[in-house]
Design a protein around this ligand. Structure first.
Ligand code: UD1
Length: 363
């Protein structure tokens, strides 16, 4: 079976790596990896390939940035040529980014079966570009690899036939469990700022709703400044956020707050180490909500919805949107005890990719 696996962004690579590793013993599954180039900076792309020990992609499309329509259309045009030339038996897509949507649309129009890894997640907020990508991708896929029981239920409620859905767990957890020992061996960033393990909060923020609207980004900056009075913060800055801070004249505000340490985007291993050694994480990322839950690090999510509600019922994650008061209360609770300890989750066993490969082999 010839499979085209399409990746485009940082989180896609964490999802591809365990699938390729689990497929290694089976020569009957041959993969052609296409990187759309949605993420293209060395620190947004190459570092992840290196950290995950992934070979260079077989095809690199160099699409780059643009509006949603421009980026999606460019990826579609380029991918159509690749798919027509390669005539795969299946197209494998990951997560919920524009590259996922573009690949799915092209494959569906060429009548090629699509398999979706990380299927069924829903935030029920269609103002998020990722939610649109999730819904369209799931409805055009023949094989849906769901991460959790909630994800399976979401798909069934939307009328997707049960026999297309396979509950396999979360491949991001596979990557985390594989890479954590190597991550912890890294020198890390803390000495540079005079910080100790457990003595700082890790922050990531890049969602359109938080960073593309001046008033919202201003609220985020205020919130971080207030939290940093209780706990120093380390903030690896996503290029989208860096750009917006400059554009809205907000970058200078961080200079007045010495306990927020801004660094360039970090690779996967450095991120895992920063996360594991943090006291808490403030984030609007999806993946970090799961990763912190596995690592038992309190996660304060800078959103008002999540497509990963399991983390809320586990108690490891709390949605605070951009509410300053709620944030300060939650930080106080973490620092002064009272944050619930994580309960183990059955499917977070590092074997999600193995289950995916078993389904593909059974075809
Ligand atoms: C994308 C995904 C988001 C995911 C995130 C992970 C979509 C709709 N969004 O968001 O779901 O959580 O990736 O990081 O697909 N840029 C660079 N260098 C790069 C890549 C981007 O400078 O290598 C800058 C550009 O200014 C670009 C902006 O970041 O315009 C946004 O990049 P884009 O890929 O459109 O979306 P992300 O915000 O990264």
């Amino acid at each position: 079976m010839k499979i085209i696996a399409v990746i485009g962004t940082r989180p896609n690579m964490m999802k591809l790596a365990p699938v390729l590793a689990a497929a290694k013993p089976y020569p009957e599954l041959s993969f052609l990896v296409v990187h759309t180039g949605q993420h293209y900076d060395h620190r947004m792309s190459d570092v992840f390939l290196e950290d995950l020990e992934l070979p260079p992609p077989d095809v690199f499309l160099e699409i780059g940035s643009g509006s949603h329509a421009t980026q999606t259309a460019r990826i579609m045009t380029a991918l159509e040529t690749v798919m027509l030339e390669e005539q795969p038996d299946m197209v494998l897509v990951f997560g919920d980014v524009n590259s996922t949507l573009a690949a799915t649309l092209v494959a569906a129009k060429l009548c090629l079966p699509v398999a979706h890894v990380e299927s069924g997640m829903r935030s029920f907020d269609r103002s998020m570009p990722e939610e649109i990508n999730r819904i369209v991708t799931d409805h055009l896929s023949q094989l849906l690899f769901a991460t959790s029981g909630v994800a399976v239920q979401n798909l069934i409620k939307e009328g997707i036939p049960r026999d297309r859905i396979h509950l396999v767990g979360d491949v991001m957890v596979d990557s985390l469990l594989t890479c954590l020992p190597r991550a912890l061996d890294r020198p890390g960033y803390l000495d540079r700022f005079g910080l100790a393990p457990g003595g700082y909060g890790l922050v990531t923020v890049h969602r359109v709703d938080n960073v593309d609207i001046p008033g919202h980004l201003d609220e985020i900056v205020r919130l971080l400044a207030a939290v940093s009075r209780a706990l120093p913060l380390v903030l690896p800055l996503h290029p989208r956020t860096a750009k917006r801070l400059e554009e809205f004249g907000l970058r200078g505000r961080f200079r007045e707050v010495p306990s927020i340490h801004i660094i360039d985007p970090v690779g996967y291993l450095d991120m895992l180490k920063l996360m594991k050694e943090s006291r808490l994480v403030l984030t609007d990322s999806g993946g970090l909500q799961i990763e912190t839950s596995v690592l038992d690090i309190p996660c304060l999510t800078l959103r008002n919805t999540t497509e990963r509600p399991e983390t809320l019922s586990l108690g490891t994650n709390r949605l605070l949107h951009r509410n300053l008061e709620t944030a300060l209360k939650a930080v106080d609770q973490v620092l002064n005890g009272g944050w619930p300890a994580v309960k183990p989750v059955t499917l977070w066993d590092g074997k999600a990719a193995e289950r995916i490969i078993n389904v593909l082999l059974a075809l």
